[in-house]
Design a binder for this molecule. Structure first.
Ligand code: FAD
Length: 510
């Protein structure tokens, strides 16, 4: 690693810290409005909160109980906007809520669902209805009726990567494995000091700094900028377990627990069910968060109270945990802290460069958050163009039709490709799949086979176009094949990546 600091003379309009959904969302919007944008992510894109979510684009039915009408209205409307922008990584999903009258009366749930159906514009998503369970239901026999409504499921990490790809296509410079170690104001600029795992230390200048560091937002202000944070942050851990398919069909369940919290059981990647989430105060390093035994017991007990199939610890295939960076509203109950976002623009003297910090937020509202961020920055960039993201597809979402249509088209060209592969490709890459497969007509032309339908051509694309470096980037965040890969298959992929990076470095040096 190079240890000397070099100065990059380019002066950007915006330097954005953080490659989670909020950082990349602001980057793509700003770049599309004509601003020059630099974004740094200390690890891989989406490697923290933005890949540890419940993977829902949802209004948040339970937020109605906390009277978060602004947030719910905005989030409900965003479901349709995002579904249109990214029909490959986002899909409509029906949610079944078993009725447990001692927890919430039917009239209360019906009222909530009425608001849910009507608060935001709904074109594609179906409205709510009552459901009655027969003997073949996967639920305990005592649960005989409930309600059904619509929201959407999303591949959270791919949503982040696609926004980063689009930001780059609009001219942004997106760098990963590069930490902002400090920044200070020098007259009308921010001087941003960076440490890259590949390039060593360097610095850039920008006219405005955007702090989208998620769980690190307040620490970054205090420790790296040596300023006072305008808001407190509450770090609230949420964890999930993944088990073999608990029920058939493509509908999810939303279960009410005796503590009045709700837990989802969501069909995941055809073979699995994802169960979560929890809510508990967290005080450690957000990068080290892990599910606890109490959280596992809690999630199993809620599932077992609802489903006929009783789960034990040994049924768990995998777990994941994340930390919600919530704006501190001094609520006693972690579940009740606002999920809405707050943007803090630092007070600036005339001629001083602004700092905009992002507190809180949801995957669902990232696009609206980005629009609000740019509205706040508009006075500093009067030449900035207007809003544009609502009606532009994300990469791969353009001219793809449905996932099923696209999967069929791929199979017409690559006739020996199995359904599982063409479906995975269609829902991960949308119409960008043609950049990976080109004109080939057999899987034998896809290069080295690492197992479970992962071939060299896809891996090369992920390295060249999607910032993938390690096998974890590819298996956990770009493809979600990590649940299937055996250790020796991961080793095979690791070896290929080492060789591939060596070859690329030699080509650059030559
Ligand atoms: C359990 C759980 C379930 C959730 N479920 C949902 C859901 O179903 N639907 C929904 O809409 N929302 C959901 N959310 C909320 C959503 O996931 C978050 O609001 C969102 O991902 C936050 O994104 P972010 O960009 O602010 O933070 P992050 O994704 O954490 O990104 C911040 C990034 O900044 C980087 N960074 C920090 N400091 C530096 C530095 N100095 N230099 C460079 N990089 C730096 C970090 O490495 C990190 O990658 C859930 C959250 C959790 C925890």
């Amino acid at each position: 690693m190079n240890t000397s600091t070099h100065v990059n003379e380019k002066i950007y309009d915006l330097a954005i810290i953080g490659g989670g959904i909020n950082g990349v969302g602001i980057a793509v919007d700003a770049a599309g409005r004509g601003l020059s944008v630099f974004l740094c992510e200390q690890d891989d894109l989406a490697s923290h909160t933005s890949s540890a979510s419940s993977k829902l684009i949802h209004g948040g039915l339970r937020y109605l109980e906390h009277k978060e009408f602004r947030l719910v209205r905005e989030a409900l409307a965003e479901r349709e906007v995002l579904l249109e922008k990214a029909p490959h990584v986002i899909r409509p999903m029906r949610f079944i809520m078993p009725h447990r009258p001692h927890l919430r009366p039917a009239w209360l749930i019906r009222t909530g669902l009425f608001f849910y159906d009507h608060l935001g514009k709904r074109k594609k998503l179906l409205g709510s209805n009552n459901v009655y369970f027969k003997a073949d239901s996967p639920l305990n026999a005592a649960i005989t009726q409930g309600f059904e409504y619509s929201d959407c499921a999303v591949d959270d990490a791919r949503l982040v990567v696609l926004n980063a790809v689009q930001a780059r296509e609009k001219g942004a410079n997106v760098v990963t494995r590069t930490r902002c170690i400090s920044a200070h104001r020098e007259n009308e600029f921010w001087v941003v000091h960076l440490e890259s795992k590949q390039q060593g230390k360097y610095q850039i200048k920008a006219k405005a700094l955007v702090n989208a560091a998620g769980p690190w937002v307040a620490k970054f202000i205090r420790e790296d900028l040596h300023l006072k944070s305008p808001y407190g942050i509450r770090l609230i851990q949420g964890s999930h377990i993944i088990v073999p398919k608990l029920f058939d069909g493509d509908k999810a369940f939303i279960m009410q627990n005796d503590d009045r919290r709700i837990i989802f059981a969501i069909p995941y990647l055809d073979k699995f069910t994802m169960i979560g989430t929890t809510d508990r105060e967290y005080s450690g390093d957000p990068a080290l968060v892990q599910i606890s035994t109490e959280e596992i017991d809690y999630l199993l007990s809620v599932s077992n109270a609802h489903f006929k199939k009783q789960l034990k610890h040994q049924d768990i295939i995998s777990t994941f945990a994340g930390v919600r960076p919530l704006c501190d509203d001094e609520s006693d109950n972690p579940s009740a802290i606002t999920r809405d976002y707050t943007l803090a623009l630092s007070k600036v003297q005339k001629g001083e460069a602004p700092l905009l910090s992002v507190f809180g937020g949801k995957l669902t509202t990232y696009r609206k958050l980005a629009e609000s961020a740019l509205l706040q920055l508009k006075p500093f960039f009067p030449q900035m163009q207007g809003k544009w993201t609502a009606h532009h597809s994300l990469p791969g979402g353009e001219q793809m039709g449905t996932v099923a249509d696209l999967a069929e088209k791929i199979q017409q060209q690559i006739t020996d490709a199995p359904d599982a592969l063409t479906n995975r490709w269609a829902s991960a890459y949308g119409s960008r799949i043609w950049q990976i497969v080109g004109a080939i007509d057999s899987v034998t032309e896809l290069g080295q086979n690492f197992g479970h339908g992962l071939f060299a051509k896809e891996v090369d694309y992920l390295i060249d176009q999607e910032w993938a470096v390690l096998s974890e980037d590819i298996l956990k965040r770009r493809t979600k094949l990590y649940l299937e890969f055996e250790p020796d298959q991961v080793e095979g992929l690791d070896e290929y990546l080492v060789e591939s990076h060596k070859r690329r470095s030699q080509e650059i040096a030559a």
